[in-house]
Design a binder for this molecule. Structure first.
Ligand SMILES: CC(=O)N[C@H]1[C@@H](OP(=O)(O)OP(=O)(O)OC[C@H]2O[C@@H](n3ccc(=O)[nH]c3=O)[C@H](O)[C@@H]2O)O[C@H](CO)[C@H](O)[C@@H]1O
Ligand SMILES: [Mn+2]
Length: 349
């Protein structure tokens, strides 16, 4: 058969093939409109594409860009509910708790929560866990991972439905700075070994804290940081960012929008992994040069957030300090640092 014959054969076959595929396609379209299961699959497929797209948008910023510092409370005393890159700032009154919980319940999400209690900090666990059980993601799947060098001191707190706790025994350190900054490395490893399979979202929280009010699905997002209660009305050149250029956490006086607290870091497992891994790498570079940033991992977290913007910010309602009097703009204190005697709980000054 020469090339011409093949060509003729193909052209002769074409109408048959066309009719066949034509009926197949119209049949599928018909089924698509009549069969609910196919329609459901088509809808799910489209939904996944949209979701994937929205969730993967990284909010990166080049270094050296000049921009004005945004305010958190306006001159009229009113709260500002959004950042200049259009991320929500979660305040009381900006969300409907029942509605937002229902939205995330549909997705059957699991929230991993890492808490470090090394050395004498195990004393904070009881109040932390008891108050969390009253307020923190009530009715959701929550898995606490308690990292400690004293597993026998983890209190037996009754957990609500869907909540579970795993004790992770780790080596002791003799410097408090070491305990706080190694959280990044331990979080990174935990995500690699377990959380990728066990959770959708993860929060890393300070243990010297207490919940006073609801903390629910309004805090979920791709990458979540909290505004530090001590600096949300401070000019950025006075932020306690690391200012020595030798440190990887260095931020120039003309940059940075907010000062974030190291006590809360959260988001989707994959996005928090990027933060933990990057901060751990930067901490390692600093350690090799014998530099420790002003506020350890909090300084590195702030550096990360200046150039990789969080997709959601929690207002200081989500990180207060018990010694700080409540202010007008803060209608509800949800989570707060308890008053601690530094000399009594830390192993070194
Ligand atoms: C409110 C807030 O944002 N606090 C941050 C701030 O001071 P803080 O005074 O809150 O630091 P901190 O003493 O609470 O240490 C941070 C956390 O490390 C753990 N820990 C620390 C010491 C110890 O002996 N055992 C132990 O388990 C524990 O989970 C504790 O909550 O700066 C720290 C870094 O310098 C962290 O970024 C804190 O999150
Ligand atoms: Mn603390």
């Amino acid at each position: 058969m020469n090339r011409d014959d093949t060509f003729k054969k193909r052209t002769r076959l074409n109408p048959v093939i066309l009719v066949f595929f034509g009926s197949l396609v119209s049949g599928l379209i018909y089924l698509g409109y009549t069969s609910s299961s196919i329609r459901f699959k088509v809808q799910r497929f489209c939904f996944n594409i949209t979701k994937e797209h929205q969730e993967s948008v990284l909010l990166q910023l080049p270094q050296g860009l000049s921009f004005n510092q945004p305010s958190v409370v306006g001159p009229d005393g009113k709260i500002v509910p959004v950042t200049p890159w259009l991320a929500p700032i979660v305040w009381e009154g900006t969300f409907d708790p029942t509605l937002i919980d229902s939205v995330y319940k549909q997705q059957n999400v699991t929230i991993a929560t890492t808490v470090f209690a090394l050395g004498k900090y195990t004393v904070f666990l009881k109040e932390f866990l008891e108050s969390a059980e009253q307020n923190y993601f009530v009715g959701f799947h929550v898995h606490y991972y308690i990292f400690t060098d004293h597993p026998e001191e983890v209190p037996d707190v009754k957990l609500g439905e869907g909540h579970q706790l795993t004790v992770m025994t780790v080596d002791s350190s003799n410097r408090w700075q070491e305990m706080t900054l190694r959280r990044m490395e331990r979080l990174e490893k935990l995500i690699e070994s377990r959380l990728v399979k066990e959770a959708d979202y993860v929060f890393s929280l300070d243990v010297d804290t207490k919940f006073y009010a609801r903390w629910g699905a309004e805090t979920l997002g791709r990458l979540v940081g909290v505004l530090h209660p001590g600096y949300y009305q401070t000019p950025r050149e006075q932020f306690p960012y690391e200012r020595r250029p030798e440190s990887q956490a260095f931020i120039p006086y003309s940059e940075g929008d907010y000062y974030y607290g190291g006590a809360v870091l959260g988001g989707a497992v994959k996005d928090v992994y990027e933060v933990a891994k990057t901060c751990r790498e930067q901490l390692d570079i600093d350690a090799a040069k014998s530099i420790e940033a002003a506020w350890q991992e909090e300084s590195h977290l702030n550096k990360y957030f200046v150039y990789n913007k969080p997709s959601k910010l929690l207002s200081p309602e989500y990180l207060w300090q018990d010694f700080k009097p409540q202010t007008n703009e803060v209608k509800i204190i949800r989570f707060s640092q308890v008053i601690k005697n530094y000399a009594a709980v830390r192993p070194n000054p």
